[in-house]
Write a protein of this length. Structure first.
Length: 185
């Protein structure tokens, strides 16, 4: 039997560009009554400009951004406000940084195939990430490992269905051990 959470969760809604991270994270934050962060807003301008020109970021380019996201997670943990972050978090080591920054980081991976991601990115307007960088996102993607607390869901499901599953998973574990939430679909 799971307990009620004693402090708010930190949820990182992750996945490749076009998977629906932002819209899902906003709905989940509203559902859970937690603050929302769009991690893309923490990218230095030079990073956004580089991506907009069709160049993928290097590991060095990502470091200030990852540090800023980690700092937000640490502050949300220390203040006990919790939060929901829309962040690609494609690599295991990035997610480990986030988990070191806050004790109850839980990951919601929105899984999407490459063709669907490319189509979604090509159709959106007003975003710095071009469809030409979708390949680099899939090349970098490291799916959740069994040891990582979280849930992998099919990003083609409705946003509401995804939020319902995530909220139920978080409630069922009392936010203590996400390993029981490993599933796909």
């Amino acid at each position: 039997m799971c307990n009620t959470p004693q402090e708010p969760a930190i949820v990182v809604v992750m996945g490749v560009s076009g998977s629906g991270k932002s819209s899902t994270a906003i709905l989940l934050a509203q559902r859970l009554g937690l603050p929302f962060l769009e991690a893309d807003e923490l990218h230095p301008l030079v990073n956004r400009e580089k991506m907009a020109s069709g160049q993928p970021l290097t590991e060095e380019d990502r470091q200030p951004w990852l540090a800023a996201v980690s700092q937000w997670i640490e502050q949300a943990t220390q203040s006990r406000t919790g939060g929901v972050v829309a962040c690609s978090a494609l690599r295991y080591r990035y997610r480990q940084m986030f988990r070191r920054a806050g004790h109850h980081v839980w990951l919601l991976h929105l899984a999407l195939d490459e063709a669907a991601a490319r189509q979604r990115v090509a159709q959106r307007t007003g975003h710095f990430m071009p469809a030409s960088l979708v390949d680099s996102q899939f090349a970098a993607l490291e799916p959740l490992r069994p040891s990582e607390p979280g849930l992998t869901v099919n990003a083609e499901n409705s946003r509401q269905a995804i939020v319902d599953r995530a909220a139920a998973a978080l409630h069922s574990i009392g936010r203590t051990d996400g390993k029981c939430c490993r599933e796909a679909g």
